[in-house]
Design a protein around this ligand. Structure first.
Ligand SMILES: Cc1cc2nc3c(=O)[nH]c(=O)nc-3n(C[C@H](O)[C@H](O)[C@H](O)COP(=O)(O)OP(=O)(O)OC[C@H]3O[C@@H](n4cnc5c(N)ncnc54)[C@H](O)[C@@H]3O)c2cc1C
Length: 468
């Protein structure tokens, strides 16, 4: 059986790898990638002196089945000795700040701090927890993350905890994003137990654990024993991509770079993938393209599917890495996030060298735009505009007035899909259309079942083992 994998981001590379590992009938596997490099948004710069910047993802979470799956994948790729881990006890895992009224505030991170009034909250967080215990559930409806959290925990928790979190993780607006898609477990325990906190407590045995096969991985066991929160790879996350690429090539996977997929045609039981150079006839296609791109590709073959996929919005993010000499951070932390209620152009600032020190350097990554990109920066901001906004932020908030020694500015167009209210239904309808039309096309990648790297790698595994 010949399989085409569309898109050479981490999900495409993982899909090709799992095809080789698990699918006995798979013969030919071809990965088709539009650009001249693999890895998609995973993008690391390594300077000649060894200093590393991440322009996209920087850490992977350990928690849950998907977290364990990526650790097991790293182990199977021979990366065990190159994994760099951050335990829960580390300041960058414990300390997260928000910027309110121009001041940085540490978010409560222990029972002791939850019992105290901690600005900008006007009452102890423990009291917000009590309001969850008293609030009746709203049954079965999807709603926004913001409205879910406001309903259960009060306006301040929505405004100062969930709103900045949504900006930091999804570059999105918590008032639009779907609780059923992005905080599935919280929604489920509310439905089952009537209260989120009580539900989490009662349901803790059912919290997602690694399945028995993954639990055998030495790296998964080590991560659990040493209580890792997140991890990366020495030299940056692009090393994971490069290793996957090498392994795929060794396994005989054909990789076509600089080859944009233009269309797909249904022909009998097969699909024909059209590019500028060739027509690739295959029995199955795994699409790891972003939904907006796949929407264009399937437009002629199935306009209804194209319309559903095209209704998933994407946002653009400006990412600026700034490097300074010396240790310039007073309070070691992951960094800080900025709620949307603040008159500020920045989504958040990551203190990279608090998580992974790099000699006597201080490196910040400033994230900007997202859902608000156009309203703040207009249609075509220059890299200088982004750099100015980033250095202004570091001066104003952190009081670092010297110029950075080095920097890199990237504008990442349409880089994060937005799972807005109704997303789950949209994805389920898209998959139903594929079944109704007997199209041997499987949807994977970060547009459907989770936006993080663990989710996207897991989506590829499921595409191969469950759906193909
Ligand atoms: C700024 C930023 C920070 C992030 N931080 C984190 C983090 O810390 N931790 C984490 O877990 N996740 C993070 N993420 C999310 C993570 O990067 C994504 O989940 C992951 O990279 C998605 O991989 P993918 O392969 O699904 O998609 P992509 O990376 O989008 O890959 C899709 C590929 O398809 C190609 N393509 C598109 N159209 C076509 C076409 N027509 N023909 C052929 N090829 C095509 C593209 O060129 C691309 O290579 C972050 C994302 C961003 C943008």
């Amino acid at each position: 059986m010949a399989v085409a994998v569309l898109g050479g981001g981490v999900s495409g590379l993982a899909a090709a790898h799992y095809l080789h590992m698990g699918h006995a009938q798979t013969g030919r596997v071809v990965v088709v990638e539009a650009t001249n490099r693999l890895g998609g948004w995973i993008n690391t710069t390594t300077h000649s002196d060894g200093v590393v910047y991440e322009h996209g993802p920087r850490t992977l979470r350990v928690m849950g089945n998907a977290g364990a799956n990526t650790l097991a994948l790293a182990e199977s790729l021979g990366l065990t000795d190159r994994v760099v881990a951050v335990p829960y006890s580390h300041p960058s895992a414990r300390n997260r700040m928000i910027l309110v009224g121009g001041k940085l505030h540490m978010l409560p991170n222990s029972l002791k701090t939850a019992l105290k009034r901690t600005p900008p909250f006007s009452r102890p967080l423990a009291l917000s927890a009590l309001s969850d215990l008293k609030t009746k559930p709203v049954l079965n409806a999807d709603e926004s993350l913001f409205s879910f959290v406001r309903r259960r925990f009060g306006l301040e928790v929505a405004k100062y905890a969930i709103d900045p979190l949504a900006r930091g993780v999804f570059a999105g607006n918590a008032r639009d994003l779907s609780v059923m898609s992005l905080a599935k477990r919280l929604h489920q325990v509310e439905q089952k137990h009537g209260s989120v906190l009580l539900g989490l407590l009662k349901d803790r045995k059912n919290a997602e654990k690694p399945d028995s096969e993954l639990a055998k991985s030495e790296l998964v066991q080590k991560a659990r024993k040493e209580r890792w929160a997140v991890w990366s790879v020495e030299g940056g996350l692009e090393e994971l991509v490069k290793t996957l690429e090498r392994r795929n090539l060794e396994d005989g996977v054909e990789v076509r770079k600089n080859t944009k997929v233009k269309g797909i045609v249904h022909s009998g039981k097969k699909l024909v993938v059209q590019t500028d150079d060739e027509e690739l006839e295959v029995e199955k296609v795994i699409s790891c393209l972003p939904a907006n791109s796949l929407s264009t590709v399937v437009k002629k073959m199935n306009p209804d599917l194209s319309r559903l996929l095209g209704s998933i919005p994407f946002v653009t993010v400006g990412v600026v890495n700034l490097e300074y000499t010396g240790h310039l951070v007073d309070k070691p932390a992951f960094g800080y996030l900025v709620p949307s209620s603040e008159p500020n152009r920045v989504l958040g600032v990551i203190f990279d060298t608090c998580t992974f020190p790099q000699g006597d350097r201080t490196i910040f990554t400033v994230m900007m735009g997202g859902y608000w990109f156009n309203s703040i920066f207009g249609d075509s901001p220059t890299e200088q505009d982004m750099l100015d906004a980033a250095t202004y932020e570091i001066r104003q908030t952190l009081g670092i007035t010297c110029d950075p020694d080095r920097y890199v500015v990237k504008i990442l167009p349409d880089c994060i899909p937005q799972y807005i209210v109704g997303h789950l239904e949209n994805v389920s309808n898209s998959r139903q259309l594929l079944r109704d039309h007997r199209l041997p096309l499987v949807l994977a990648g970060n547009s459907y079942d989770g936006v993080g790297m663990n989710d996207t790698i897991m989506s590829s595994k499921r595409a191969v083992y469950d759906y193909l």
